[in-house]
Design a protein around this ligand. Structure first.
Ligand code: MG
Length: 381
């Protein structure tokens, strides 16, 4: 499946020249014109939806769900295919229907693009899928899978990353009855770091249940649950005294001034999640938070996530790499970025009753990236 060095230079060399010419003609369609000499037409694109049943009903401060139904994308060209998953989030105005509509809008771009100009392809897709970040993510994941598969190397290698540098990941415990919280903590025995969802009215009860069965380091996600700054600070300091090393999104995303007040006084890092979607959000968050949670699905893809990582680093921010509840396809795509992050939180696939894909695995909390070409994911589309 891999391409010889000569073929690669042949392809990309021509691609660069053609990209310059196309950009001058039309910035929107740059890299997406049939006339490109490096390409004999774009991808064959397939869209499917799949239902993913959860092991346990999943509750966070906002809602509860027992299954997810997501759109999946396959991009094929030259006998090589890339796969992507759109793990959408209702909080951001996305639904299965809106995602499929956005994917259909992007179809003409993908069917006529030169994949080697993937920066331009990504920009053109971004422009037609306004607000539908999971759709953009699915396309970009499939695109980068195809690119690195075509080169015969793992995606992390394409980016120059060392998979040995991936930090340990957390395993998340959703809000539940205290009996179930304890059971979930016990099921999470192989994971040395746990992320606990809080932010409803029983935080004390949850912490007591978790601490009755484990002494592990905990990370807490309040999912915007605490609405007053004094309350939020009190909660953060109480958690810090009980073996919690990070608190994620203590206050509603619009309450930046109050969050800055909490961060100023807190003894552990405060991370943004709901407050941040893409790189454009990061500069205004640097005062209110110590770090940000980057999710590929929410960022609109791997290329944008990489931009976010560099921007956050330049502002001195820590990086959590989060995920949605999703299959190993999305999780593995994100895991290829994990060597660049501080706090991976890539467990969304472990919450499924049956995962249609296999890819990244976890050993004692350490992420083990597959070393096959592309994402290294296998499974039926
Ligand atoms: Mg979160």
């Amino acid at each position: 499946m891999s391409m010889s060095r000569k073929e690669f230079i042949h392809k990309t060399g021509k691609g660069i020249i053609a990209a310059g010419a196309a950009s001058a003609a039309s910035p929107l369609l740059a890299g997406c014109q049939k006339s490109s000499r490096s390409s004999s037409g774009g991808f064959r694109m397939e869209i499917k939806s799949k239902r993913l049943d959860l092991r346990h009903a999943w509750t966070i401060a906002r809602n509860t769900s027992t299954y997810k139904e997501y759109a999946f994308v396959k991009l094929e060209k030259n006998g090589i295919y890339g796969l992507g998953e759109a793990a959408h989030n209702v909080r951001y105005g996305e639904s299965l229907e809106s995602i499929i509509a956005a994917l259909e809008k992007a179809r003409p771009i993908l069917e006529n693009c030169d994949p080697w100009k993937f920066v331009d392809v990504n920009a053109a897709v971004q422009a037609v899928c306004e607000g539908q970040t999971a759709a953009k993510a699915a396309i970009d994941i499939a695109l980068m899978d195809w690119i690195s598969k075509s080169l015969g190397i793992p995606l992390y290698q394409f980016w120059g990353l060392d998979p040995q540098k991936a930090p340990q990941t957390t395993f998340s415990i959703g809000i539940d009855t205290m009996e179930m919280v304890k059971q979930k903590v016990e099921e999470a025995a192989p994971y040395p770091l746990l992320k606990i969802k809080m932010g409803k009215d029983n935080d004390e009860e949850i912490l007591a249940a978790v601490r009755s069965v484990t002494k592990k380091t905990l990370r807490v996600d309040a999912n915007e649950g605490w609405k007053e700054k004094e309350l939020a600070l009190r909660k953060v300091e109480w958690l810090a005294a009980n073996g919690v090393d990070i608190v994620e999104q203590p206050m509603p995303s619009h309450m930046l001034e109050e969050t800055a007040w909490v961060k100023e006084r807190a003894s552990i890092p405060i991370l943004a999640d709901e407050s941040v979607k893409t790189s454009a959000d990061i500069p205004r968050l640097a005062e209110a938070f110590d770090g940000i949670n980057i999710k590929v699905d929410k960022a609109g893809g791997l290329q944008e996530s990489l931009r976010m990582i560099w921007m956050a680093r330049s502002l001195g921010l820590k990086i959590m790499l989060g995920c949605m509840v999703s299959s190993s396809l999305s999780i593995t795509a994100a895991a290829h970025l994990s060597p660049l992050t501080d706090y991976p939180d890539l467990d969304g696939n472990l919450l499924l009753a049956r995962d249609p894909f296999t890819g990244v695995t976890v050993r004692d909390g350490w992420l083990i990236l597959p070393d096959g070409p592309g994402l290294g994911v296998s499974g039926e589309f």
